[in-house]
Ligand binder design. Structure first.
Ligand code: NAD
Length: 260
């Protein structure tokens, strides 16, 4: 029991956070030491009747001596949560998305300052990580690529963190030239990330899906990944929680923990 990693889930009342709490509780090497959210404060975490949702992360870190925080809140609280964890000497696993490039740099600087290892992964599903790596591998063989990402209509940020990271990975290798085109309605051609057009679909019924479409004269290659249930993310989150203590500094992307 003494070797269990003590985990605090931030955003524990949310869709992802509550699934992460269940995944932590189910793993014999992990202990759900605390749960933090700004909603549902005081409510007991299902299946962990000794843990109730708290509002103050710093206080929860202090009271529980948590080893790792897992953050599934929103972009606007990630930096403050990571700073609180670093102050307490806890490592940080971040699944929440929507950070700007400058904010990601700030996270990296916080990790470089020592005291706390930080991992940021916009997608913890192994299939999505493979989709990104395969896209990176084949990008040099095509002249154009576009990304279409599909999410449920509660998603706050667009484009998705997965689409941004995918575009950054393939945009380094494939630089589509300008097209002779007129966008008659603003946004019709999507947004552009690292030179790659990205289109975001938001509909009830969806979970998290993405297509990377590569085009070359006379042929199209489409790589598609579908998370049809939030359980798809849990093995990756659990892996990150177990590995983060051995990964000094800042890690961006779950692929860094996998032998791909
Ligand atoms: P959600 O809205 O259901 O949950 C977010 C929770 O965070 C809510 O309960 C909210 O009250 C809480 N919260 C927000 N700000 C807070 C703060 N300052 N302090 C404490 N709690 C706070 O959203 P969700 O669908 O669970 O998604 C959460 C995040 O995870 C989003 O950014 C989403 O894009 C991301 N996500 C990442 C992955 C991945 O694999 N990395 C997968 C799915 C979703």
């Amino acid at each position: 029991m003494g070797t269990e990693i003590k985990v605090i889930v931030v955003g524990a009342a949310g869709k992802m956070g509550s699934a992460v709490c269940r995944a932590i509780i189910s793993d014999e090497d992990l202990q759900l030491a605390g749960a933090v959210d700004k909603t549902g404060v005081g409510a007991l975490v299902p299946e962990a009747p000794q843990v109730s949702i708290q509002s103050d992360l710093a206080k929860t870190l202090d009271e529980t001596g948590g080893d790792v925080i897992v953050d599934f809140t929103r972009a606007d609280s990630i930096l403050a949560n990571a700073a609180a964890a670093a102050e307490a000497g806890a490592h940080v696993v971040i699944g929440a998305t929507g950070l700007s490039a400058g904010e990601i740099d700030q996270l990296a600087a916080l990790a470089a300052a020592g005291g706390s290892n930080i991992l940021l992964a916009p997608n913890f599903a192994i299939g999505a990580v493979i989709m990104m790596k395969v896209s990176e591998r084949i990008a040099p063989y095509f002249s154009r690529a576009e990304i279409v990402e599909y999410h449920h209509d509660q998603k706050h940020d667009a484009p998705s963190g997965t689409a941004i990271l995918t575009a950054e990975m393939i945009g380094r290798l494939l630089v589509p030239g300008p097209l002779d085109e007129v966008e008659k309605y603003p946004g019709a051609r999507g947004g552009t990330v690292s030179g790659i057009p990205v289109h975001s679909v938001r509909l009830p019924g969806l979970v998290a899906h993405q297509e990377v479409i590569f085009g070359q004269t006379g042929q199209i290659l489409t790589i598609r990944h579908d998370s049809i249930d939030r359980s798809s993310f849990m093995p990756g989150v659990v892996l990150a929680v177990k590995e983060i203590g051995a990964r000094p500094g800042f890690t961006y992307g779950l692929d860094k923990l996998l032998d791909l």
